[in-house]
Design a protein around this ligand. Sequence first.
Ligand SMILES: Cc1cc2nc3c(=O)[nH]c(=O)nc-3n(C[C@H](O)[C@H](O)[C@H](O)COP(=O)(O)O)c2cc1C
Length: 189
Amino acid sequence: MATKLRLEPRDALRLLPPGPVTLLSTMYRDQPNLMAASWHLPLGFDPALIGVAVHPGRLSHEFVTRSESFALNIPTADLMTAVHTCGLVSGRDGDKFAAAQLTPADATEIEAPLVAECVAHIECGLLDRKAWGDHDLFVGRVLSVTALDEAFAGFWQVETDAGQLLHHLGADRYAGLGRAYRVTPSEDE
Ligand SMILES: Cc1cc2nc3c(=O)[nH]c(=O)nc-3n(C[C@H](O)[C@H](O)[C@H](O)COP(=O)(O)O)c2cc1C
């Protein structure tokens, strides 16, 4: 039988590649900011709640805390380089929209800009913040959601370019989901 390597506890986090990479947008005192954010999770339907783990060292951490709001913008694979830039550079070193060549667009419920090039946007008001380990979990209450219909029709259209989400595998590696599967009900169901 093939050997399975013993890994470090931190490798568990890399073994669970999360949902699509998002761009977390914030605004504080007229300064917009963006960061790549993969560590997000759905927390409930009613009310709709989303959690995002953000390291306290990020400028975005300060902006979410101070503005009590943020948006998660969902990019497609063609934005990989821009997303990676947003994950390497800090807003402390300059305007991240400019650095990543992305376009700010007005949100409906919050001050932070959305990313025009992204196919979907989730605007959130901050409900809670809790430190568990070296990242803090921000809990956002969903205030507004928009998505391009050719990308999302109740489920992601992963076989189309518009629905080609970007998943972070670690380091500088990303992947897309190229195939969708559908369950066929059995005769007796
Ligand atoms: C693909 C990718 C996903 C990332 N996801 C997260 C995340 O979920 N939480 C986090 O704290 N940092 C994450 N980062 C790191 C931040 O995006 C990065 O530190 C960024 O420069 C912070 O910018 P800021 O200081 O302007 O907020 C990620 C980086 C990459 C490349």
